[in-house]
Ligand binder design. Structure first.
Ligand code: MGD
Ligand code: MGD
Ligand code: MO
Length: 677
């Protein structure tokens, strides 16, 4: 018997700013523990509690995981299934798809997917199959961050090339706007932000854990950030803190915005945003003096005018010359894959698509799925729409359509899987080789197989190879093995390494030395300048320049409901991890004591939250971490594990923000009252 100890270095591919290095300990050939890699610069030997619980329990428990392909044998939504062989499942799915293409057209087959894993093969290689099929694509980012991408695209030409976090030592000020890394990137928070020498300023309506640890916290009412940004610009202009020569040389349209600033005094902004004028002045001075880093959160842009908010905030670096030098710049997502040597087009093979792609916003998914003319079949992979998408009740009713042929790939029997005609068991990141590109740190990491998948589970990409074979497709791109793709990717990357040599070290920095964002003042916009005024935005029906917008506050009886990231969940992953569930406690809503008292609610009472979209009972927690007028709960619970069979998205109307057909979930409004009323 082999009782030796072996450590496999791998990488966490959850949708998180951290992308932690992991050490998988194997004893006697069996995985005994999944923990942080002590040598990894981000995780430094510990995993966050949620991943540690998940990866050491449910994720490695064959009794909890999906292990065999399943065929539905009861009504949709009920979750009754019988195991079938991979061959039988693939043949039946292929037959139905072929028939659907012939009868209704491939555009009636919808593919919805997101970031259940962000590893490159498991998240991108299946695109080859869907391009070949000609399926409609549910635009992935519309559930998360598309408004911000659109906004930064207008102004800077890209949203994917942020500041290099390794230059933080040069930053005198770090401004975090609508991002809460203490929760959404706990290791980045601990090992990057908390050790940074600069002054930390946080803008968040909630006194979040990140805000509590900051030197200065500005607490605007949700959806009022554009006004706050304009007031900061007003102060900078009044006090001569603008970088006129940078503005002159490298921006377009400043004069169209400047006229607007006169009225945007700190006193005006105090009334509009709730932030004291003195704090606005303090933040403006700190940031303008610089060098300053600006981290624009994904939470920030999930508002009705989220695109405009992002544009307004993104004026700050250009107006103060906090760009193109160490310790300066802004970051949304560092997700420029080609910039890291990854040939994205090779991975996804868009040339396999022969007809124009139909694009569907996640905000419209329920409407599409209830319309048989627009949807005959649905693939869900790397996403749990019955938990994370808006209009939860309407979406579930649509998913229950008997004639909507549905295939779900997941590790677990989720709420979404309960509506599938076929549930296909996916392998977890511990069970196959892949690559991970962090969207915060500029790095490339190996995901290394540490154990066999349970039962007959397979990596996403192998599942689609099997479906390609069953469809009798012949394009060689559809059949390249993982080993071939990894070898080709590494070879094309120009990094001078193969997969094995990357796996030996786990993570490498790419580029090797810290980079300067927009080095050489090269902005990939049509003019080559920072387009504060954007003709492209105007053509798309938006204002030419950002505006000092303030979203109207809810009517007196209503509250704004924010539902950001929870420390015990990673989106809807870990919603079924029992020990995390215990730590998270029952679903709750945080209210300001005065808002609670005005509604006859106390700490521990049960409140009914409702609006035109739905209703949900939550336990009340009182806290002045939330301002008056705002209610706070968290995303990430599995509807099936809640008493009412629903989570917060039963309240989410699925309205679109101003740009990118994207979510404005943090703009949701609810009436809150005692549950008995
Ligand atoms: N109310 C509210 N709702 C929100 C948000 C919010 O702030 N508030 N945030 C939104 C945001 S930002 C996002 S990104 C979405 C995310 O929401 P989801 O996409 O639903 O969440 P995830 O947990 O990332 O992943 C979905 C599924 O992927 C599965 N998975 C993991 N690895 C693999 C794999 O290798 N293969 C396959 N096939 N499946 C795998 C997991 O088991 C999980 O069930 O939620 C959105 N919903
Ligand atoms: N533990 C954990 N980590 C996660 C996730 C998770 O679910 N759990 N999800 C992952 C995913 S998919 C994503 S997209 C990221 C998201 O991570 P973040 O970018 O941090 O986004 P959120 O958690 O949605 O919200 C961050 C903060 O924005 C604030 N906010 C809401 N509305 C406004 C507003 O109008 N103005 C301002 N200034 N602030 C506002 C919220 O109060 C919240 O504290 O996190 C990733 N990491
Ligand atoms: Mo997200």
């Amino acid at each position: 018997m082999n009782d030796s100890t072996q450590v496999v270095l791998t990488t966490c591919p959850r949708d998180c700013y951290d992308s932690c290095g992991i050490a998988v300990v194997r004893r006697g050939g069996v995985v005994s523990q999944v923990r942080g890699d002590p040598a990894h610069p981000v995780s430094r030997g510990t995993l966050c509690p949620k991943c540690s619980l998940g990866y050491n329990h449910e994720w490695r428990d064959p009794a909890v995981r999906l292990t065999r392909p399943l065929r539905r044998c009861g009504p949709k939504g009920e979750g009754r299934y019988e195991p079938v062989s991979w061959d039988a499942a693939a043949a039946a799915i292929a037959e139905r798809l072929t028939e659907t293409v012939a009868r209704a057209g491939a555009h009636t087959i919808l593919s919805t997917h997101y970031t259940g894993t962000i590893s490159l093969l498991a998240s991108l290689l299946p695109m080859r199959f869907f391009h070949r099929l000609g399926a409609a694509e549910v635009t992935p980012d519309t559930i998360c961050n598309m408004a911000g991408h659109a906004a930064l695209g207008y102004m800077y030409g890209t949203s994917l090339d942020g500041f290099d976090p390794r230059t933080v030592g040069d930053a005198a000020c770090i401004l975090l706007w609508g991002v809460n890394p203490a929760v959404s990137g706990p290791h980045v928070f601990e090992h990057w932000l908390q050790t940074a020498p600069g002054t930390v300023v946080v803008v968040d309506p909630i006194r979040s854990a990140t805000a509590r640890a900051a030197h200065l916290h500005l607490q605007p009412y949700p959806g009022s950030d554009a006004a706050l940004a304009f007031a900061m610009l007003h102060v900078m202009r009044r006090e001569g803190l603008l970088d006129r020569s940078f503005i002159e040389a490298h921006t377009l349209g400043w004069d169209e915005l400047e006229g607007e600033l006169a009225d945007c005094t700190p006193e005006w902004a105090e009334r509009a945003t709730g932030v004291p004028a003195a704090k606005i002045e303090q933040a403006a001075r700190l940031y303008a003096r610089g060098p300053s880093l600006l981290w624009l959160g994904q939470g920030l842009q999930r508002q009705r005018h989220g695109g405009n908010v992002m544009r307004a905030c993104a004026v700050l670096p250009a107006a103060t010359g906090n760009l193109c030098k160490p310790g300066a710049g802004f970051l949304y997502l560092n997700w420029n894959l080609p910039g890291r040597g990854i040939d994205e087009a090779y991975l996804t093979a868009p040339h396999l698509r022969k007809t124009a792609a139909t694009a569907v916003s996640q905000m419209d998914l329920a409407a599409w799925l209830e319309d048989a003319g627009r949807s005959q079949a649905l693939f869900c992979w790397n996403i749990n729409i019955a938990a994370s998408n808006p209009q939860q009740a309407r979406l579930r009713a649509a998913l229950a359509r008997e004639d909507l042929f549905t295939v779900v790939l997941d590790l677990f029997q989720t709420d979404t899987a309960d509506y599938a005609d076929f549930v296909l068991p996916a392998a977890s990141f511990l069970e196959f080789d892949d690559l991970v590109a962090s969207y915060f740190m500029p790095s490339l990491s190996a995901q290394v197989k540490a154990m066999e998948p349970p039962g007959e589970a397979l990596p996403n990409q192998e599942i689609f190879r099997r479906l390609s074979r069953a469809m009798s497709y012949s394009e060689p791109e559809l059949f390249e093995t993982d080993a071939q793709v990894l070898a080709e990717l590494m070879q094309r990357s120009g990094l001078g390494r193969d997969f094995a040599s990357l796996a030996a070290v786990g993570t490498i920095p790419v580029p090797a030395v810290p980079a300067i964002q927009f080095d050489g003042m090269a902005f990939p916009t049509p003019s080559g300048k920072v387009e504060i005024a954007s003709a492209r935005a105007e053509r798309d029906g938006h204002p030419r320049v950002p505006r000092p917008t303030v979203d109207p506050r809810p009517a007196a009886s209503r509250l704004r409901l924010l539902s950001p990231a929870s420390p015990w969940h990673l989106n809807d992953s870990f919603g079924n991890v029992e020990k995390a569930e215990v730590q998270a406690g029952p679903a709750s809503v945080c209210l300001h004591p005065e808002d609670a008292a005005a509604r006859g609610l106390q700490d521990g009472s049960v409140a009914l939250l409702h609006n035109d979209t739905g209703g949900l009972r939550l336990r009340v927690v009182l806290s002045d971490d939330v301002p008056r007028g705002v209610a706070l709960t968290h995303k990430g619970r599995w509807p099936r594990r809640e008493g009412a069979g629903a989570n917060v998205n039963v309240l989410n109307p699925g309205e679109k923000s101003d740009m990118g057909e994207s979510t404005c979930v943090h703009g949701t409004e609810v009436t809150v009252e005692p549950a008995g009323a």
